[in-house]
Design a protein around this ligand. Sequence first.
Ligand SMILES: Cc1cc2nc3c(=O)[nH]c(=O)nc-3n(C[C@H](O)[C@H](O)[C@H](O)COP(=O)(O)OP(=O)(O)OC[C@H]3O[C@@H](n4cnc5c(N)ncnc54)[C@H](O)[C@@H]3O)c2cc1C
Length: 416
Amino acid sequence: MTEMLQKFDVIVIGAGAAGLMCAARAASRGRSVLVLDHANKAGKKILMSGGGRCNFTNYYVAPDKYLSHNPHFCKSALKRYSQWDFIALVDGYGIAYHEKKDGQLFCDNKASDILNLLLSECEQQGVHIRLNTRVAEVQPVNDGLYRYLLKAEPVYKAEGRAEAGQQDEDYALQCESLVIATGGPSIPTLGATGFGYDIARQFGLKVYAPRAALVPFTLTDHNKVLSSALSGTSLAVEVECNDQLFADDLLFTHRGLSGPAILQISSYWKDGDSVSINLLPGHDIAAELRQLQHSRPKVRLKTWLAELTTQKFAEQWLAGLFRDDILLADLSGADMDAFAQGLHQWQVKPAGTEGYRTAEVAQGGVDTDEVSSKTLECKTRPGLFFIGEVLDVTGHLGGFNFQWAWSSAVAAGEYV
Ligand SMILES: Cc1cc2nc3c(=O)[nH]c(=O)nc-3n(C[C@H](O)[C@H](O)[C@H](O)COP(=O)(O)OP(=O)(O)OC[C@H]3O[C@@H](n4cnc5c(N)ncnc54)[C@H](O)[C@@H]3O)c2cc1C
């Protein structure tokens, strides 16, 4: 076995959105920077993001788009490196993009445009990136400026595999600043781990228990039968839970409910809560039915509901409620009120969520009270930094999570 000792000013663990951005910024200040990642490719989540088009920021970034035990924490970094700064960087690379809706900016072409931008920034600044590398140990040292000692090894060796033509090299690395940018545990198949939380705990820092967020709901009750039958149907809805309301699309799935409205509310939902869904926002169904009893009495309820939604929805929703051929004229006042309430306040009690398998982010993470909001440096451990999703800062859907990655990365990159 060979063991080499290499010294860098800065080591960043995690070659994702925040890690690459921070590395480039630190290197632009003349710091020697090494980025380590256990994956065989940098920025895998970037490549998967936004349906392959990366929703890289939002025109309307604001602190109230983030959940955290300390809602003020994100303000400083977001202000100092804003969406406009990242948009200017994207413009500088001539990357074509568009606003999809509500300020959400997506690449016209591919998410790889954003990853290539980051890799290009790193290359120009002389950042070293070492992939397929597992960090086995992190220890504080007392050696002048060099404060952290890392033991690293190739992933294939850690997995007990032999790799043709490769030596079983263990690396001993030292750095003055260690940046943890390993993200959260959502989508483990993309290389996501709870490594950052382990490091935080190793250094005695508080970690809020992570849980899946921006994630579809699973159902088990009678609503599952309905959702499954409607799988693939999408409706523009309003969904409410714990004093939060989102207006966006809902998608019925075989397992339950998905779509942007559901992903958004999932960040506010807790086990056992019900969510209230207005399936026809912008309508007053009871009043409309009363009026239609005069203007279109011979029209079937099913026909009319299909006009407002879809044929499939009308069939499935009415099954068991009314006989198939019931006319608008046949409805009593009580029928109309109950029917309207069912559509405007559909009560759903999710059995759970699809979990980290499909969640876009993990909520919770390293307590922000442990780090400076200006530099992202740990208050009790000089030279140790946490950036990006590993921290207890979770954005709404719509480009807010990447903006947090960019902003927190730059704040640390200016200081490491
Ligand atoms: C499917 C999907 C789509 C998304 N779409 C969007 C979107 O369009 N817009 C948006 O704003 N957000 C989106 N997100 C969320 C966004 O991807 C994350 O918030 C963001 O990537 C977090 O950046 P990060 O740098 O903190 O972590 P990541 O980008 O996850 O990077 C972490 C890196 O650390 C590495 N790593 C992990 N553990 C270890 C370890 N033990 N040792 C070494 N390396 C390790 C990983 O391999 C990875 O490269 C999406 C997420 C998913 C899963």
